[in-house]
Ligand binder design. Structure first.
Ligand code: C5P
Length: 372
């Protein structure tokens, strides 16, 4: 990967990995919390609308970065003060020159390649909301680590990377750890249902559907691995700027993100009444907006991590976030720490550590240059 710039002596690579770990844990907690029924809003906000808003925000921020970085072709001579040069460019010339260049870069011949990860990420971001609504925050976070497995498989297929036997072993342990947590979560849900029936109250867990949650996580792990590796392949195979690639990604996300909203709106408009905006942004609580902002931040940091590190290191950063969100779940949602959950989490963490520890026998070796 290219040498990353540094901010206050800290290399951007490590800063982005650390920020990603913190972002990941706050996202799973915020997402879960924002979807919980409250007195004011018994139904959660539209996940599809949240995905569209975050894609548009990410696209706008990336566009600003790309605009600032695009080479306008202005020479020092042209930038000289008017008094010294009759050829000084006006601000309008500068803006139009940059806009033209940026337009050509964004809609260059290979821009269509970004449509694949764009569709996959939109699907994944919608699935994440479904998973976070149907599983406890810590369970969602740990189970989502299965994306390390899918990332490895797609890295082998698309990037022609080779995994050592230690790494395959650690992936096997990861699957075992996640399975243990799944069984434990299923049992916890069953007990909560029994307790709810006994006391005729409706605890928060009774609105959750673990089977739906786990299916959503499994599908999100598949798209995460494929989209992440595909984005890495496209990014590292060309000289196109990261922010231009991000603009292309957001551009191709708009249509797939809009599709479920149109379907949702058609079925809801008749029941709810009111204007289009009131219907689409129904129950958008401050927690929902906070979730969207953290999602946007995550997308931008993920792109930086993929550029300056790779998807494998990204997996290590997210495993750190398990510990953070686990502690926070215990404190915020009174998540019960059972020995089974501890065992499963420990196996997942140990497997992630083993997978990411480079030793002479445990190293990812690309056997051929990246292929597009
Ligand atoms: O869970 P995972 O690490 O695969 O999630 C990646 C997230 O980062 C997704 O929400 C995706 O939309 C976002 N992303 C992005 N821009 C990129 C790459 C990923 O916004 N270039």
């Amino acid at each position: 990967p290219p040498k990353p710039p540094s901010i206050w002596w800290i290399p951007l690579k490590y800063l982005s990995l650390l920020t990603l770990a913190l972002q990941n844990s706050s996202l799973s907690i915020l997402m879960h919390y924002s979807r919980m029924p409250t007195v004011a809003a018994s139904e959660p906000y539209s996940a599809a609308m949240a995905v569209l808003v975050s894609e548009m925000l990410k696209g706008t921020i990336s566009l600003l970065f790309a605009f600032a970085r695009v080479d306008s072709g202005v020479t020092p001579h042209e930038m000289a003060p008017a008094a010294f040069s009759p050829y000084r460019r006006t601000l309008r010339d500068e803006v139009s020159s940059r806009s033209r260049k940026l337009w050509h870069e964004v809609f260059s011949g290979d821009c269509w390649k970004l449509s694949i990860p764009a569709i996959l990420y939109v699907l994944q971001n919608n699935l994440q909301y479904s998973a976070a609504s149907n599983l406890p925050a810590a369970t969602f976070q740990v189970t989502y680590q299965m994306k390390i497995l899918t990332t490895a498989i797609f890295s082998v297929i698309l990037l022609r990377k080779r995994l050592s036997s230690t790494q395959w072993f650690s992936l096997f342990c990861l699957a075992i750890g996640v399975a243990i947590i799944q069984i434990q979560a299923g049992m916890q849900h069953h007990n909560a249902e029994l307790a709810a029936v006994a006391s005729s109250s409706s605890p928060q867990t009774s609105t959750m559907n673990p089977l739906k949650g786990f299916s959503a996580v499994a599908a999100a792990c598949f798209t995460s691995g494929l989209a992440g590796v595909y984005f890495e392949m496209v990014l590292k195979n060309s000289k196109t700027d990261l922010w231009v690639r991000n603009v292309q990604l957001s551009f191709f996300s708009i249509l797939p993100a809009l599709a479920p909203i149109v379907v949702e709106y058609r079925s809801e408009a008749a029941d709810v009444g009111g204007g289009v905006f009131a219907t689409l942004f129904r129950n958008f609580t401050p927690a929902a907006w906070a979730t969207i902002l953290v999602q946007v931040l995550g997308g931008l940091i993920t792109a930086i991590v993929i550029k300056y590190s790779d998807n494998i290191l990204k997996g290590f950063a997210t495993s750190l976030s398990i510990v953070i969100s686990f502690i926070a779940s215990v404190a915020l949602f009174h998540f019960q720490v059972s020995p089974t959950f501890m065992l499963g989490s420990s196996i997942v963490l140990a497997a992630t550590y083993l997978y990411n520890t480079p030793t002479p026998f445990n190293r990812l070796v690309p056997s051929s240059p990246l292929q597009s």
